[in-house]
Write a protein that binds this ligand. Structure first.
Ligand SMILES: *Cc1c(COP(=O)(O)O)cnc(C)c1O
Length: 353
């Protein structure tokens, strides 16, 4: 089965062997307060920073999902309100959860085909956290490095948190331009779901300590205190942490992966731009995602394409949120090989050209 679903997505085939190794090394039943776990955790934190180009002074944390990160950040880094800039379902959901926890939190919705309108934002001084989604998996848009830089420059005194779930480990992100970045591993990391990685700047940790919120098992300050010794507040997803270490060690550095994905994204956009019965959902090339493509057609055709693809052992991504029925999505993730995209192209040329 070829799998182009944008999460859970195709696993690196090596995962199969890593799983056997994990079993044989006894890591799966080792206590999470013991030396073997701490060694693993320390090693993986080092690999995450090196391989993904994360500044040395950023702190790395493990949670169980990106959704959990949404909650942790609101609970631990805001007392009054956060501000959410979004154009799709994931960003909107984060905003909605924030408003349940902190009713004064605000959302700013922008158009699918527009760059994030940084100069139009009116963010009040008492905003404690600015949140946005780097790669909106629901509609295949992405915030450009220039926009992130503008946001950083315009609101230097406010913490900025970035949901990079479907771009981290695929693209070379300039982490220094925001305080918090997080991603779950079932997207560009090519691993099974159930683990997320979060990177926090020294300033974010300073702020968390100032607020001192410790009402939850996963309060950021508690996570920070445990992580000083490479431990977690609860028994973590050890098998996934192990897989993460192995995958990162065996993959190229993020700079190389970014170059490959960027080139492949361009070729996929060129290819999918040529059809008449369906079109790219995002018309503005500047805001198109490099890691998730969204294609739009009539509901009937979308249904037909997905079913016919499955019949040929090709899994395409369903549409999401408001685009659930009239789009389908194609992941451009590192674990998927160029040959697999060639097969995908042959399928579309054969049936829909
Ligand atoms: C997949 C995804 C999530 C949710 O990830 P979970 O691991 O299921 O919590 C959040 N944000 C974005 C942008 C995503 O693509």
């Amino acid at each position: 089965m070829l799998n182009f679903y944008p999460g859970p997505s195709k696993l690196y085939p090596d995962v199969r062997n890593y799983l056997v190794d994990a079993y044989d090394e006894g890591i799966l039943s080792t206590p999470h307060r013991g030396e073997q776990f701490v060694q693993l955790s320390r090693a993986v934190v080092g690999s995450i920073k090196r391989r993904l180009n994360i500044p040395q002074d950023y702190y790395i944390f493990f949670t169980s999902s990106a959704t959990e990160c949404w909650e942790v950040l609101i609970q631990s880094l805001t007392k009054h309100k956060s501000y959410h800039i979004y154009n799709g379902s994931f960003g909107e959901k984060w905003c909605q959860y924030a408003q349940k926890l902190r009713p004064k939190s605000e959302g700013f919705q922008f158009d699918l085909n527009s760059p994030m309108p940084v100069s139009e934002l009116e963010i009040s001084k008492d905003t404690e956290l600015i949140c946005f989604t780097h790669n909106e998996t629901s509609n295949g848009t992405q915030v450009s490095p220039a926009c992130i830089l503008n946001l950083h420059n315009r609101f230097r005194d406010t913490l900025i948190a970035v949901d990079a779930t479907s771009s981290m480990a695929g693209l070379n992100l300039k982490m220094i331009k925001a305080d918090i970045w997080f991603s779950s591993v079932q997207k560009n990391f090519g691993l099974p779901a159930g683990l997320a990685v979060m990177a926090c700047s020294p300033r974010a940790i300073f702020r968390a300590k100032q607020i001192g919120e410790k009402n939850h098992y996963n309060s950021l300050v508690s996570m920070y205190e445990k992580m000083l010794n490479y431990q977690t507040t609860h028994t973590p997803n050890v098998i996934n942490i192990y897989l993460l270490k192995r995958v990162l060690e065996d993959r190229p550095f993020i700079k190389t992966i970014d170059l490959e994905l960027t080139a492949r994204a361009q070729s996929l956009y060129n290819f999918f731009g040529q059809f008449t019965d369906f079109k790219l959902l995002v018309e503005n090339e500047e805001v198109r995602s490099k890691t998730v493509l969204a294609l739009q057609a009539s509901e009937k055709l979308v249904d037909d394409i997905k079913k016919r693809a499955l019949h040929h052992n090709i899994r395409l991504g369903n549409g999401y949120g408001p685009w659930a029925r009239n789009t389908f999505r194609i992941a451009n993730f590192p674990a998927i090989t160029d040959e697999e995209y060639e097969e995908l192209k042959r399928f579309f040329l054969h049936y829909y050209a």
